[in-house]
Design a protein around this ligand. Sequence first.
Ligand code: NAD
Ligand code: ZN
Length: 254
Amino acid sequence: MTSTPALQLRKAQHVVVFTGAGASAESGIPTFRDELTGLWERFDPAQLATSEAFRADPSLCWGWYEWRRHKVLQAQPNGAHLAIAELAMHVPKLTVVTQNVDDLHERAGSQDVIHLHGSLHSPRCIDCGLAHTLPLTSEAQPEDGSRIEPPRCSACDGYVRPGVVWFGEMLPEDAWGAGLAVAQECDVFLSIGTSGVVYPAAELPLRALGQGATVAHINPVRFDVSSQEHFLEGPASVMMQSLLREAFGNHPDS
Ligand code: NAD
Ligand code: ZN
């Protein structure tokens, strides 16, 4: 390795920022691997995030997603989301590819965001696929652990399901195609707050590396990476802000 991620960022034409649940952790959105608290502690999130779970107990599954959706509505973008949006002002092109189902990148000001795993804010009918609109208010925070009957589709009366990609489901083809294309085209690839175990998303850093991009991982918990990759150990907000400072100084236009 001859250069640092900050130096490469200065020369970059196209930066991809790839995020996982860890990028939203400092906004108070729990990752799947965090200890759950309260009544949800009794459930394994991976067991609630499947179509089988929804069909077996729609109210339990919908209650869990409504709880998560309200947590996101109440949350604010953190320093990492803001630093990513600011980075876009310094480089010719920046694409965010996120595994997150929240909208915190958009609310921080990022414009080019690919959602590989869908969104908590785009539910649809489980039978006919018709989009369903939910109120964008955080007033009625459901109690944790509570069951909520899902709404019904206005066209076919089927249950409305969360607009996220569940375990065992295919990624949306257009999002995956776009994510793969930018990973293979970029010159710097920053992978932030992802444990790299959820496939196929976890392939993206490898694809970027394979095409010669500088790849850096940001995570407070160290894991093994190849000798060609960089590891920046620390929370996303701290590491992103210091990377931005190191590469471009303190001012957006410096
Ligand atoms: P994951 O596999 O992406 O793992 C989370 C990673 O974040 C871990 O490696 C952890 O060490 C790291 N992390 C924790 N705090 C951090 C911080 N402050 N800064 C940087 N990194 C930090 O995610 P998961 O929780 O195992 O979830 C699996 C799937 O579910 C993914 O698609 C994930 O994105 C999705 N999910 C999304 C949200 C959300 O939209 N906010 C929340 C939970 C899960
Ligand atoms: Zn329907």
